[in-house]
Design a protein around this ligand. Structure first.
Ligand code: GBH
Length: 491
């Protein structure tokens, strides 16, 4: 029906690239190998009390050693693209200096392996694993980190710049700035509104400088991009003007703080006003906005859930039901009088509400604000409490994950409706290929379409992986009942 987003049979056009995504620290493991330096996530995860159960990325999915078998799984699923990230500390262990040959070699093999299997490589330069040595100099709160990032982009571009189809500079700078330096829920675990806003700007600057550096060294004709987690904001029903103002406030800090400089060439004036008691933004130097405002070929969009807000009266206990752990700081500098409300279910295992209409709304809004800007869904997916059953061929282990299949079907439907309404949407990367290290939640949350047994490192294709294989093969949304029964364990 039209309302539940459970359409089937919808065809995706040729050129709409369907694949899956991961990030280095979440899957690679091998943190002490081949000269890799420590990152802020090594430090953070090894600090007691920071990550659920004391989990770390030390081993993760052991993808650093199992990359070839993982590429074979991607091929078996027929993935058209694979979005992965490059670990900065494997390339420059201290964040500066020449590229480490072993680090380059790993990603070079990976990229060659993708191309040999007909899979388009989408490379993200930064998915949160800042070299610890740069954090020791101030991390994203200081300008020198943005300059170092441009040098890192250059050395990676020199090595891989003949083979990458899409370069993404940063993954979700919102998380790096506001969870890393504002709330402290993510590495480096700092809780300072001023630090968070400084980080916003230096991340934006890093993006712009990195694109310029890449353009100087790459030899093929790639697409350049950045991936944002834009918030789809809704005001509490009946909250009137104060609700609308709460939306405006969060929209400024969460969304327009990035799309403003990146795509319009300016920070929004209301952001400066809302945060005036925290900073005068004097770290924005002359020329920075021109450097940031590089044309990009595709804007990456990560979408999981919507956000519901209202104005807080300052008296009643303030609700922060936004899925964030209470870690002391706020990820919303300058918005202490906004409340985040619980939303209508159903929910994923993260507690996030499932609402594919939010994805459609986001794509349509972006298309309206930036009509000539191509878009790509660089992450969408869900964690659920998966159960392994032994009802495959010869009692082989299977994972029946109908909730994930339903989640994906409904969000692919939203994407298709956006296409049908004229949005220039270029593709869809499902988060995630493998169960992996879910940041502050450690291994307690499973987002994979492939199950990982963390004792044996065995991979099992979940029903959702088989469903995606069918979608790609037919270029149409299959119904959940049409998944087939081909699941089997793979070593
Ligand atoms: C992405 O972060 C990351 O890129 C990826 O590494 C990660 O594994 C994946 O998603 C799953 O978490 O809090 O209810 O208002 C997403 C982080 C999740 C932060 C959604 C904002 C808003 C929903 N974002 N969250 S809610």
């Amino acid at each position: 029906g039209r309302d539940d987003f459970r359409d089937t049979g919808l065809k995706f056009p040729p050129g709409f690239v369907i694949g899956s995504a991961t990030a280095a620290y979440q899957i690679e493991g091998a943190v002490d190998e081949d000269g890799r330096g420590p990152s802020i996530w090594d430090t953070f995860s090894h600090t007691p009390g920071r990550v659920w159960n004391g989990d770390t990325g030390d081993v993760a999915d052991d993808h650093y050693h199992r990359w070839e078998a993982d590429l074979d799984l991607m091929q078996e699923l027929g993935l058209e693209s694979y979005r992965f990230s490059i670990a900065w500390p494997r390339i420059q262990p201290t964040g500066r200096g020449p590229a480490l040959p072993e680090g380059i070699a790993f990603y070079s093999r990976l990229v060659d392996g993708l191309i040999a299997r007909g899979i388009t490589p989408i490379a993200t330069l930064y998915h949160w694993d800042l070299p610890q040595a740069l954090e020791d100099e101030g991390g994203w709160t200081v300008r020198s980190t943005a300059l170092a990032f441009a040098e890192y982009a250059r050395v990676v571009g020199e090595a891989l710049g003949d083979r990458i189809a899409v370069w993404t500079t940063l993954n979700e700078p919102w998380c790096s700035a506001y969870l890393g330096y504002g709330s402290g829920a993510h590495a480096p675990g700092i809780a300072s509104p001023e630090a968070a806003l400084r980080a916003v700007h230096h991340l934006n600057l890093a993006h712009g400088l990195a694109i310029a550096a890449l353009r100087e060294v790459v030899t093929n004709d790639p697409q350049y991009s950045i991936t944002l987690n834009l918030h789809v904001l809704r005001a509490e029903a009946g909250s009137g003007e104060s609700g609308a103002d709460a939306v405006r406030r969060i929209d400024a800090i969460a969304n327009r703080a990035f799309t403003g400089p990146l795509l319009h060439g300016a920070y929004p004036a209301d952001l400066f006003e809302d945060t005036a008691s925290i900073t005068d933004w004097s770290f924005v130097l002359e020329g920075d906005l021109a450097a940031i405002n590089q044309p990009i070929d595709v804007l990456g969009v990560n979408y999981y859930a919507t956000t519901l807000v209202r104005h807080w009266d300052g008296v009643s206990p303030r609700s922060m039901a936004d899925g964030h752990k209470d870690v002391g700081g706020s990820p919303w500098p300058g918005a202490d009088d906004v409340e985040f409300l619980p939303q209508e279910g159903p929910y994923t295992a993260m507690g996030w509400n499932i609402d594919p209409s939010g994805l459609l709304e986001l794509l349509l809004a972006l298309h309206e604000e930036f009509p000539s800007q191509p878009l790509m869904i660089t992450e969408n997916g869900a964690a659920f409490e998966d159960v392994v059953s032994f009802d495959g061929i010869d009692g082989a282990p299977r994972v029946h994950d109908p909730l994930r299949v339903d989640y994906l079907q409904r969000h692919f439907t939203a994407a298709h409706r956006a296409l049908a309404q004229g949005v220039d949407l270029r593709g869809y990367q499902v988060w995630s290929l493998l169960d992996n290290f879910e940041w502050g939640y450690g291994y307690s949350k499973r987002f994979g379409i492939i199950r990982v047994d963390y004792d044996t490192q065995e991979r099992i294709l979940k029903d959702s992986a088989l469903w995606l294989r069918r979608l790609i093969a037919e270029r149409a949304i299959p119904s959940p009942e049409e998944q087939g029964d081909e699941g089997r364990p793979l070593a």
